[in-house]
Write a protein that binds this ligand. Sequence first.
Ligand SMILES: [Zn+2]
Length: 195
Amino acid sequence: MAERTPRQKAWASHGLKEVGRAVLRRFNSEIRPHLPKCNGTSRSTGEPCRNLAVPGKQKCRWHGGAVPSGDDWHKMQYPAATSKDWQRKLNEKLKRAERNRRRRERRLEKMSPEARAKHQEWQRTHKPGAKAERQRRRADRKAAEEFKVLAEQPERIASPELAALQAQAAYLEAERDRYRALAQAERQPTTGAFD
Ligand SMILES: [Zn+2]
């Protein structure tokens, strides 16, 4: 085992391990029960997630609590100009973004054509944007899908009410055609004056 650092020695010799355990025990028994929990569901067990929610969010970080929120959640946030070492932070951020971009590219290259098509379709239908905008698009998609289902299977959704309405519509259309024909006949002179 490597030589212990002075810090590790102090930690062991002053009983700090026990102090740390006691603090954690107290936190778990007295404070944790009062903190907001994640409202997500565990995918493996189907049980509610019991992790602490990220402060100000309703989810733990494993269930999306760390995803930025607000209308600009999908845009890169730059360090504040008032930050002491904004230059270093900015450089790191840009470097990370570039690395992630290259990773995405490599992943796309490795995909099979079908998987890539599926991925691109998902990207096309899941454009990032402000919450209201995404909700509107989702509602539009849902309405379009419902309409498609209705248009494709008219006889399967024939409820008694719909059948009655369709019968009435057919009757009205027939009546309209009959009156039109009558009106047409009336307008046409049976014998022209200059025939
Ligand atoms: Zn969770």
